[in-house]
Write a protein that binds this ligand. Sequence first.
Ligand code: GTP
Length: 346
Amino acid sequence: MNKIPATVITGFLGAGKTTLIRHLIENAGGRRIALVINEFGDVGVDGALVKGCGDEACPDDDIIELANGCICCTVADDFLPTMQRLLDRPVPPDHIIIETSGLALPKPLVKAFQWPGIRTRATVDGVVALVDADALAAGRFAHDEAALAAARAADPTLDHDSPIEELFEDQLACADLVLLNKADLVDAARLEEVEDGLRQEIRSGVSIVRTSMGRIDPAALLGIDAAVEDQIDGRPSHHDGEEDHDHDDFDSFVLDLGELDSAEPLLAALNRAIAEHDLLRVKGFLAVRGRPARLVLQSVGPRVQHHYDRAWQPDEQRASRLVIIGQSGLDRNAIAAMLGAGPVPA
Ligand SMILES: Nc1nc2c(ncn2[C@@H]2O[C@H](COP(=O)(O)OP(=O)(O)OP(=O)(O)O)[C@@H](O)[C@H]2O)c(=O)[nH]1
């Protein structure tokens, strides 16, 4: 029996995974693709944005959202049953694309394909890692040398990278293909330097392709045919040998903001909150009084983007909800107060 190929899309928060997947679906060329989307909070931003493309190559039934934060930690409870159901369908998909959350480790997910009920029916065609060229050029994944030196002076046994750096390295070390995305935001000389740095992190033979808005021919990405589950033990991870890992280094919560009189004050406050609290990622939808369309709001590091995407549907509640993600220790109530929301339950 032919195994159904699955492509794992990994990459740090906001690298452009959802944007890439939309592009893949819109250019699927008749291939029936099922999507498994894993993200933070129950706001369902990624799923809603992909569904928004309304492409017949990917009916809404084929988009499955796992909103538990990190697919790598709940493989047995969430991911395996989801895969079983997909594979058991009377007409299974031609290809499965799995978007992991930006904080997920790809290796435990690939290992799930070694499970008996899965390995005979599906295979990991390839792991694609997206890298945010803009963030990399700004040094957001490099460790802060001064802070690390100070910490080591206080504790000479300290020998680990920052949580962001470790995650970044794990995602790259697992990749069969690396997309250096957001190439449009970085000049050619800097892009060259960024690419040279990336080569130190990836396995030999892995290509780096520069992309903007995830625009790449699906043929270059689907059909790598790497059977990654058979060789995953050879791909190093900072978490090798650990029974379990956790994501205590990061924190996320959802803010409910109701309907807004105007978006501008919130946008201004958000810029301040990102800078003061070093927020990694904010995304969600806003309902603005008098506006029939919903406002999509996204920030990746300091870069905030927003646009009205489509009208609120009659069966949808007009409400503003944002997922906020940062490193652990976020002062949730201070952030909520800045953005005009009430206290956030712990
Ligand atoms: N300028 C530019 N913006 C991009 C590019 N790719 C994505 N973006 C923007 O970056 C933001 C994040 O993109 P997403 O596709 O949601 O990123 P993601 O990796 O799915 O994010 P998470 O699932 O939250 O980790 C959005 O505002 C996109 O419009 C690109 O190549 N160039």
